[in-house]
Design a protein around this ligand. Structure first.
Ligand code: UT7
Length: 322
């Protein structure tokens, strides 16, 4: 049986850093409030000449180097993003060209903060069924471009970044189980109201901003992390105790801690990087995974649970043997 395994990982954060103290100067907020309510200390923000594609390319190059693969090996590129460069072509196609990959399939999936896990679920299925051998699974976002810097309720929460895994066909088990879900009835709780057809107004072009009912999203996120983790271990006839590392979507430290507590998982086994880059939506799981792999916490053979929750609502999980 063919399995899909993570052969390499890479990430990229834009050079420009915006600290909580920087935000204090431009809006009615405080470092103390932001850290206490979210755990966030800083976020990275793209420069004018950086795009979702360009930071995705940086992450992909690092992942390809890590896996020891070249452009000629890649036969599938899936980008999880809700901040694509353009309506079309897809960010995946732009990245494909910049990497010098020829002839692969390349497409985006928009599942907001669950985008990386939706992309991983798809790539896993392609590889297991022989449709691809070596896939780039990328989560890349430039949320700063859809952030309303006059809304302190959301502006402090988000950041830009990209992460990528090279997923490769293998005889050894890698991705053990994936689960993705959505419930579209919660559109109003977390959305960018203005778009291409709905609410499009030429005079307000460039004013498409994230709007969120933070409290409602918070509660739902905690409950969903718990449910999806239990669904995933049950599917594998396993136990929550089998998990060596929990890598959740990085939205808010309080959500991460509450979810870990509900699952009975000590924080020593939870990877949290939200302090360093805030909520980077589809990029947050590969960013967190990469850090924990590089600092030696996550080792080859460890069992790792990913879980994400985001606008849609969408949510997803993956249990992997790293
Ligand atoms: O990736 C998935 C999507 N996003 C999330 O998962 C985020 C989910 N939600 C959250 O993380 C939290 O709900 C927030 C961090 C957004 C807000 O935290 P909260 O504890 O739910 O605060 P709150 O919205 O209940 O606001 C408490 C107070 C309010 O003032 P009053 O009405 O009590 O006087 C807000 O106006 O904090 C005020 N506030 C702020 N104060 C300083 C809101 N934002 C700020 C701010 N700085 N940036």
């Amino acid at each position: 049986m063919t399995h899909a395994r993570i052969a390499g990982i890479g990430s990229f954060l834009p050079e420009k850093v915006v600290t909580n103290t920087d935000l204090e100067k431009v809006m009615d907020t405080s470092d103390e409030w932001i850290q206490e309510r979210t755990g966030i200390k800083r976020r990275h923000v793209v420069a004018d000449d950086e795009f979702t594609s360009s930071i995705g390319v940086q992450a992909a190059r690092r992942a390809m180097d890590d896996a020891g693969v070249g452009p000629e090996d890649i036969d599938l590129i899936i980008v999880g993003t809700c901040t694509p460069d353009k309506v079309f072509p897809s960010t995946a196609c732009i990245i494909q060209h910049q990497l010098g990959v020829k002839g692969s399939a390349a497409f985006d999936v928009n599942a907001a903060c669950s985008g990386f896990l939706y992309a991983l679920d798809l790539a896993n299925r392609y590889i297991k069924t022989g449709g691809a051998q070596t896939a780039l699974v990328i989560g890349a976002e430039t949320l700063s471009r859809i952030t309303n810097w006059e809304d302190r309720g959301t502006a402090v929460l988000f950041g830009d970044g990209a992460g990528c895994v090279v997923l490769q066909a293998s005889d050894e088990p890698g991705i053990l189980s994936t689960h993705i879900h959505a419930d579209g009835q919660f559109e109003e709780l977390l959305q960018v109201r203005s778009g291409i057809s709905v609410g499009y107004d030429k005079t307000r072009a460039g004013e498409a901003f994230i709007e969120m009912n933070g409290n409602a999203v918070f509660k739902r996120a905690v409950a969903t992390f718990d449910a999806i983790a239990r669904e995933t271990v049950a599917d594998l006839d396993g136990d929550l105790g089998d998990i060596d590392w929990f890598v959740p979507h990085q939205a808010n430290m309080r959500i991460i801690k509450a979810a870990a507590k509900k699952l009975g998982m000590p924080m020593e086994r939870v990877i949290a990087t939200v302090d360093e880059h805030a909520n980077t939506s589809g990029a947050s799981i590969p960013l967190a995974l990469e850090l924990a792999v590089r600092d030696g916490r996550i080792q080859r053979g460890d069992t790792v649970l990913f879980a994400a929750f985001g606008a849609g609502f969408t949510w997803g999980s993956a249990m992997i043997k790293y």
